[in-house]
Design a protein around this ligand. Sequence first.
Ligand code: ATP
Length: 617
Amino acid sequence: MPSPASPNPAQRSPRRENDWRLFLRLIPYARRSGKLLLISLILLVPLSLAGAIQPILIGQAVSLIRSEPNVFGFLQQLSLSQGLNLLAGLLLLTIVLRFALQAIQGYLVQEVGQRTTAEIRNDLFVHITSLAVRFFDRTPVGKLITRLTSDVEALGEVFSTGAIGILTDLFSIVTIAVLMFWRQWQLATLLVLMLVPVTALVVYFQQRYRRENYRARDELSSLNAMLQENISGIGVVQIFRRERFNAQLFRKNNHRYIRAVDRTIFYDASVSATLEWIVLVAVAGVLWLGGRLVLQDTLTVGELAEFILFSQRLFDPLRQFADKFTAIQAGFTAIERITDILNEPIEIRDPESKILTLQGIAGNGHSPDSSQNTHLGEIRFEHVWFAYKQDDYVLKDLNFTIKPGEKVALVGPTGAGKSSIIRLLCRLYDISNGRILVDGIDIRDLRQAELRRHVGVILQDGFIFAGDVKSNISLGETYPPEMIRMAAEKTNVAGFIEDLPDGYDTQLRERGTNLSGGQKQLLAFARVAIRDPRILVLDEATASLDVGTEALIQEALDRLLEKRTAIIIAHRLSTIKNVDRILVLKRGELVEAGNHEELLAQNGLYASLYKLQMLGK
Ligand SMILES: Nc1ncnc2c1ncn2[C@@H]1O[C@H](COP(=O)(O)OP(=O)(O)OP(=O)(O)O)[C@@H](O)[C@H]1O
C-alpha cells in the first residue's frame, strides 16, 4: 500500500508558520555573530533618537522666531540669533550623527547577514547529504538545488538590500510615538490611530503576497527540476525526439511561474500605493486638527510645524518598509522553504549509546593487510522485512547466513529484491522488521562509517566525480600515491590509467563523461580494492565490460575475492556458476538455495532461468 505519510515538502500548505516564528529560526545563526549584532542593536538607540528629535528642533526654531511660550527655557535666555544658531547647530549634529551611525550600522548588519547566509548554506548542504536515500527517492534534485541556491540567495538579499533595517524602522516608530505623546497628546493620538488601519491593510497585502510568493518559488523549483531532468537525460530526450513535447511541458510550467510572479507584483504595488497616499492623508489630518487647536490657542505654530514633520517621520519607516517589502517577504518564504528541509529528520543515524565495533579492524582502514580479515565477514539476515512504501513489502521474512569467506550469488527475476538486499546491508535504508547482523553485530549498532568501510560495493554504473583519477580512487581519504598505484595494479586497472594523457593526474569530468562505461567501472574496482573491505558486494559489476576487459577484471576479481565474503548479483548466470552458494529470490522471498549443480537438480526457478539463458545463447 502506498504510504500516506510525509507529503512532499513542496505540496504542503504554503503557510504554516507565522513570520515571527520564522524570524526566531534565524536566532541561533545570528547568535554566532552575536558581538556584531549587539553593537548594531545598541546603535539603534542613538540613531532613532537623532532622527526623532529633528522635528522638535525645527518646531522650536519656528516657535523661537514667533516668540511662542512653548520655547524651551535654555533657549529663552539666548538672543534670537544665538538661539537659532544653536538650533541649526544641533540639527546639523543630528544629521551628521545619523549619517555616520547609519553607515556603520548598515555595514555591520550586512556583515552579519552574509555570515548567516553562508552558515545556513553550509548547514543545508551537510543536512541534505546526511538525509536517507528514501528522502531523495521522493524529492527531485532540481527542487533541492533551488533551495540550496536561489532560496538561500533570497535570504541573503534580505540583508544585502538593507531590508533588515526594518528593525531600525520599527524602533524609530516607537521612539517617535513616545516623543509625540510627550509633546502633544491629541495630535499624537490622531497619528497613532491612523497607523492602525494602514498596518491592517499592509498586513493583509503582505499575507497575500507571501502566499503567491510561495507558489512562485514552488513553480520555480518545478522548473529547475524539469531542467535538471532534461539535462541529465539529454541522450534519451534526443533519441526519442522528446524535445518538442518536453519544451511544451516546460512552457506550461514557465507560464504558471510567471502568473504567480505577476500576482506577487500586484500585491507589492498595492502596499507601495497604500503607504504613498497615507502620508499625505496624515499631513492633511494634522493640518486640520492642528489648525483648529492653533485657532483655539491651545497649540503654537511651532508645535504645528513640529507635528507636520512628525507625521512624515512616523510614516517614513512604513514607506521604507514598502521599498524593502519584496525582499523581506521573499526572505520569509525562503526561511520557510529552507527550514522545511532542515526539519526533515535524519532517518538513518549512528547509534547514540552502545556503539559497537567490528573486530580485527585496522583503525583507519588503510591497512592493505587482509590476513586479519580471514575469519571475519559473516552476514546474517534474520526475519528481514522491508518496504520502500508503507506495507508494500519488497522483501519478506528473509532468513539466511553467509559464512565468512563464502561467495554467494543472488539470483532472481527483475524486481525480485536483489539490489534492495544490498542497499539494506549498507544501511542506505533501514529495515522495517527483523535484524541484519555483520559478524554478529546488528548493523544499527555500528557507526555507518565503520559499516561502510567494511562493505565494499561495486555497482553497474561507477559514478565519477569531477577531479583527477587519483582523487576518484581515494575519494576524500588520504592514501599515499603508492597505495593508490598498488590498488590499481591489484585490480589490473593500472594499464588503463597509465594510458590516460596525464596518468593518475588526468582530470575527469563530472559524471565521468570523458570515460567509457567500462573505464568508469575499472576505476570503481580500484576504489574498492584500496579500502580492503572484508565484505565485497558486486551488483552487476561486470555487465558493462567487454569480453576482453571482463577477463582482465575477472582475474583481478578472483584475487580480490580471496579471503573475503562476497555477494554477487549477476543476470548472466554463466558468470556465477562457480560461487559457493546461490540464493534464488522471487518477489522478495527466498525460494531456493544451493550450489549450481544442486539447484539444477532441483529443477526449480533457478533451473528454468538457467535453461532459458542457455537457449538464448
Ligand atoms: N527507491 C524505490 N522506491 C520504491 N520502490 C522501489 C525502489 N527501488 C526499488 N523498488 C521496488 O522494489 C522492488 C525490488 O527492487 P530491486 O531493485 O531490489 O530489484 P532487483 O531484484 O535488484 O531487480 P533488477 O534485477 O531489475 O535490478 C521492485 O519492485 C522495485 O519496483
